[in-house]
Design a protein. Structure first.
Length: 394
């Protein structure tokens, strides 16, 4: 995650730097800020990995190699027995999910910053220059569309539309046949926000998205009209940096509720019809949450993993042995939860009590903030150096 500064926010940031520490020179404060907010190095080193009894065997099924991700977040997609993945150097690849055999590999010819989305027989990616590219499932180019700003998350297909979020707080609805613009939603964000890959969730004809200042919105997918806006978290603190309370991850929809979590804020359950907050509690996360069988699973910004009751937010358990390891969103795998970390490990936790059950290392490069399930005992993890790993646990 990165700070995104408007021009008027520059002086706000400088004033905030001056108030952060009375005992440090400006250069030292700037370095600390770069590490904790502007870069991907954690403020504190990851805790050493604890010893534990391996209750499940985890193994690498296959691996593939793409270019690096740089500072962008990419999530592989599994669809109809194939894995689709992209890298920042423009590469897109389609692999057999069982064997890892490459079906095709193409290059968009420019830096990719958002992807990949698959739907409506299209493979969709976004670029740093604000382009959306659409390919068919055979890897043949279909169309491209120019938007107002860089695309930092995967374009999504829904009912003849491609719905895309840009870095300047706009959401677009494009015609899936040719990329022509059907509608656009525009909003004003806080002066100081985290530059994140928070994308969109589409369910029941509504688009759900989180924004800066702890706000979550619902839009009509067919025309982009605002249905409601809810406050998941309220900014608090003295400086602008302390007041960052952005939703930097995907909402989760389940039944009548939609769930979201904010950095330096809260996790909340919101009524899908009215936007009313049903419950909330103080938990901060950068990467987000997931849900399975009536439980919410959250990777806390400091490295703890929580399991919460989806109706009340009450904790079932909290696992804190992975402190400062920059965990990915927990991924349900049968009786287990999988989380990736900053050193390239994938950890498997018992879903009932959070106890460590298995562990496997990939390349040593950070695992992307979200992994993808192939089936109940295998997943795809992409690392920041471009590794694609199919991992099985049983």
């Amino acid at each position: 995650m990165f700070l995104h500064l408007s021009k008027k926010a520059t002086w706000i940031l400088l004033l905030s730097l001056l108030t952060l520490s009375a005992c440090s020179v400006i250069g030292e404060v700037k370095d600390n800020l770069s590490d904790t907010l502007l870069g991907r190095v954690p403020a504190d080193a990851p805790d050493p990995l604890p010893d534990f009894k391996q209750l499940y065997a985890s193994k690498l099924l296959w691996q593939a190699k793409l270019g690096p991700a740089q500072d962008f977040d990419f999530v592989p997609v599994v669809d109809a027995g194939f894995v689709y993945a992209v890298s920042s150097n423009g590469e897109m690849v389609k692999l057999d999910a069982v064997t890892g055999k490459q079906e095709w590999r193409v290059n968009a010819g420019e830096v990719l910053s958002g992807g990949v989305g698959v739907g409506g027989s299209l493979v969709l990616v976004g670029t740093q220059k604000g382009w959306v590219y659409a390919y068919d499932i055979a890897g043949k180019f279909s169309w491209k569309a120019k938007l107002s700003s860089e695309v930092l998350s995967a374009p999504m297909y829904f009912d003849g539309l491609v719905i895309v979020r840009t870095g300047d707080n706009r959401v677009y609805g494009l015609n899936a046949n040719d990329g022509s613009r059907k509608w656009v939603y525009d909003r004003t964000g806080p002066a100081l926000t985290l530059r994140s890959s928070a994308g969109l969730v589409i369910d029941g004809g509504a688009v759900y998205a989180g924004f800066g200042g702890g706000k979550m919105i619902a839009l009509r997918a067919d025309n982009g009209k605002l249905l409601w806006e809810a406050s998941v978290a309220q900014p608090k603190g003295v400086t602008e940096i302390e007041r960052i309370a952005d939703i930097t991850s995907l909402p989760v929809v389940e039944g009548p509720l939609v769930y979201a979590v904010a950095y330096q804020g809260k996790v909340a359950a919101v009524d899908r019809m009215s936007g009313r907050v049903v419950w909330n509690r103080d938990i901060s996360s950068l990467t987000g949450l997931s849900m399975e069988d009536g439980r919410l699973f959250i990777a806390h910004a400091a490295g703890a993993v929580y399991a919460l009751d989806y109706t009340t937010g009450k904790s079932f358990w909290r696992q804190a042995v992975l402190k400062n390891r920059q965990l990915s969103v927990p991924l349900a795998m049968g009786n287990l939860l999988a989380v990736g970390d900053v050193e390239g490990y994938v950890h498997f936790l018992n879903r009932d009590d959070g106890a460590l059950a298995s562990r496997i290392k990939t390349s040593g490069s950070p695992v992307m903030p979200r992994m993808t399930r192939i089936n109940s005992n295998s997943l795809i993890a992409q690392t920041r150096d471009g590794g694609i790993y199919a991992i099985q646990v049983k």
